[in-house]
Ligand binder design. Structure first.
Ligand code: LLP
Length: 421
């Protein structure tokens, strides 16, 4: 459920007309709803209410905007970060270091040092060489790093290949079959305090079965690790729960179904459970608002050329992702259209032969469910300014990232004298 609703024939976000934001800020612009964020945190937390003090660490990569993170921090969430930049953003937004977990296959020594200085809750290690490096860095600082190994359970998440992470051929985690050896080696590293196990098999999962299969493997491993004398106190079950994008498709499992499954599978584990949800918290809380530049005749259907492009919302180009496209002020009729951006690539296509509200030049359209992996994946390709962002709460709204003037982009480059001469 979200808070983008039609009132008197015009889409509002909470109590604010989308058109008012477009008029004031210009388009394209991302618009986020605080009420939706708050609702999703509540729903996710309620789903886990049978667990003892779970750590819900929001996957910052899904939406790293400072105002979004600060909203989630106020609601008590921690953060799952994958770079020094995300770590600093999370801390700047008020997320306490003891609720931060650091994931990713390529952490550098500098990033490890930064995270150790701040005293984060856990590093999720993804290889033995990484464990050795972290141990050395921690020792050089007179510290011990709290760690888990991310296990690659070799489970097919059944999602898009580019966002599947739990198959043995993927780059993530340590092979399940080698886990006992890897843990034994980590125990001998004096800069590490081995406290847990982690898993994350992919994103936009629409079936609980692969998650359950992965969690069952984690449970079995915890038993074996304890038999081998490891003191396992945490289990990080990652993120991945899908959200509805296409109303004509079956609805993905709800957080309540997910929570019930987790509660059942993890019975008797006797660990602090950790979660890294991203999309399920912010996905439906955001829309990309765009204006139709012009409509051009096409061979089979008209091309609706909007002022948003693949650089603003990459998901359709990169993963053939489907986003609902709605007129902000629908005229009443529907028809087939191809919705495209102005970037000079055929891949700059949001939808082909889409049955949607008929729109014309200057109309506003909203790309729904764009709060996760939207603005954060934006680029300046075709020398387009980075997309601004707006946060709404009730009848209040604020620009939480301004559209940078294009001069800033140009001024970022420099021309050496030997090129000028
Ligand atoms: N934890 C780890 C270690 C992850 O790699 C991810 C996502 C998450 C948690 C959060 O997953 P979520 O709950 O959001 O599914 N750009 C793609 C999604 C990439 C996800 C990468 N990892 C997209 O637009 O669909």
């Amino acid at each position: 459920m979200d808070h983008f609703d039609y009132l008197d024939g015009a889409m509002h976000v909470e109590q604010v007309p989308m058109a008012a934001i477009a008029d004031a800020v210009g388009t394209p612009v991302y618009v986020y709803s605080t009420a939706t964020l708050t609702r999703h945190v509540g729903v996710f937390r309620d789903a886990l209410s049978a667990l003892d003090n779970p750590l819900i660490a929001f996957a910052v990569k899904a939406n790293p905007n400072a105002a979004v993170l600060a909203t989630l921090a106020k609601l008590g969430l921690g953060a799952d970060v994958v770079s020094g930049g995300e770590l600093l953003r999370a801390i700047a937004a008020g997320i306490p270091a003891d609720r931060i977990v650091f994931s990713g296959v390529g952490k550098t020594a500098d990033e490890m040092r930064l995270a150790l200085e701040h005293g984060i809750f856990q590093f999720n290690l993804e290889s033995e060489p990484e464990a050795e490096m972290l141990s050395d860095v921690a020792l050089s600082m007179g510290k011990r790093a709290p760690v888990a190994y991310r296990i690659n359970p070799d489970v097919d998440a059944g999602t898009h290949a580019k966002i599947s992470t739990g198959k043995s051929e993927n780059k993530f985690g340590i092979p399940y079959d080698r886990a006992l050896d890897s843990y034994a080696a980590a125990r001998d590293l004096p800069g590490l305090d081995v406290q847990g196990v982690a898993v994350h098999i992919g994103s936009q999962l629409t079936d609980l079965a692969p998650l359950e299969a992965a969690f069952v493997k984690v449970g079995a491993l915890i038993g074996k690790l304890r038999e081998a004398g490891h003191d396992i106190r945490t289990a990080d079950l990652g993120g991945g729960l899908g959200v509805p994008y296409d109303p004509s498709k079956p609805v993905p499992p709800s957080p309540a179904d997910y929570g019930a499954m987790v509660t059942e599978v993890t019975q008797g584990w006797n660990v602090r459970l950790m979660f890294e949800p991203g999309r399920v918290i912010v996905g439906n809380a955001g829309a990309l608002l765009s204006r139709v530049v012009r409509v051009k005749q096409g061979a089979q259907a008209p091309f609706v050329i909007v002022d948003a492009a693949m650089n603003d919302l990459l998901r359709p180009s990169l993963y053939d992702a489907w986003h609902d496209i709605r007129a902000v002020q629908p005229a009443g009729s529907r028809g087939a259209a191809n919705v495209v951006g102005p970037v000079c690539e055929t891949g700059d296509t949001f939808a082909m032969h889409r049955d949607m509200d008929v729109v014309q030049a200057d109309d506003l359209v909203a790309f729904m469910t764009a709060g996760a992996y939207g603005a954060t994946m934006a680029s300046t390709y075709n020398s387009r300014a980075l997309t601004p962002e707006v946060l709404v709460s009730g009848d209040k709204w604020a620009v939480v990232r301004a559209r940078p003037p294009i001069e800033t982009l140009i001024a970022g480059d420099s021309i050496p004298d030997w090129v000028r001469d």
